[in-house]
Write a protein that binds this ligand. Structure first.
Ligand code: DX5
Ligand code: ZN
Length: 220
């Protein structure tokens, strides 16, 4: 079985102690840094932008997994490549020409991801699944950390896994929102490969131990 990955979401870090929190993740068993970029238009919140990502990148020693919650993401593909993003995920709902967007991301040397809002059916990806490196299944409505996990996600993950296998694709399934030790194992059983966790990690008393426990659970 392939290693299941843990991606702490920096949105839940202490921005007044960002370097400390980045180092904590560096020293932990986490696999990726999950970076949430919001524009206040696609989602009703604004997170942080390029200068903060540039600062994170200066310290981060793991894969940078950028989740764009912005309209018209094509405008910024080159910028995020230059900032050192390894994975660039755009929202299905924000792309008119998704196939073109995916090719543009890959042309910049990044892995191409597609995020699905909770209401978006996984079957809509059928015709592009072989072009997608990563599907980010939103298990909350995007825009905020600390929300409750939507139970319908398990069904979506199973359907997506089936779609990937049917098409012989090598797409990873990432789950984002409300992930904790309560749902990690069931998500992996349904087909998840990458678990994003914000509040559960950063708001815990011992974040490194929390990451270790989540990873152990996902890989048990
Ligand atoms: C939500 C973001 C998530 C968020 C997850 O819009 O995409 O990555 O940071 O945070 P938690 O784990 O607290 O739900
Ligand atoms: Zn995210």
């Amino acid at each position: 079985m392939d290693q299941k990955l843990i991606a702490p979401s920096v949105l839940a870090a202490d921005f007044a102690n960002l370097q400390r929190d980045i180092e904590m993740v560096n020293q932990s068993e986490a696999d990726w840094f999950h970076i949430d970029i919001m524009d206040g238009v696609f989602v009703p919140n604004i997170s942080f932008g390029m200068p903060v990502l540039e600062a994170i990148k200066r310290h981060a020693q793991k894969t940078i997994d950028v989740h764009l919650m912005i309209v018209d993401p094509d405008r910024y593909i080159k910028t995020f490549a230059a900032l050192g993003a390894n994975n660039l995920t755009v929202h299905y709902e924000a792309c008119t020409h998704l196939h073109r967007t995916l090719q543009a991301i890959k042309a910049e040397g990044m892995k191409a991801g597609v995020a699905l809002n909770p209401h978006t059916n996984v079957a809509l990806l059928e015709d592009v699944i072989n072009d997608i490196d990563l599907v980010c299944v939103m298990s909350v409505n995007p825009g905020f950390g600390g929300q409750s996990f939507i139970e319908n996600t398990y069904k979506k993950v199973s359907q997506l896994k089936e779609l990937i296998l049917k098409n012989n694709a090598r797409t990873l399934i990432e789950i984002d929102g409300g992930v904790s030790s309560k749902n990690a194992r069931q998500l992996v059983d349904a087909g998840a490969d990458v678990l994003v966790a914000g509040s559960f990690v950063f708001k815990s008393d011992a974040p490194q131990q929390t990451i270790r426990d989540l990873s152990a659970l996902a890989n048990s």
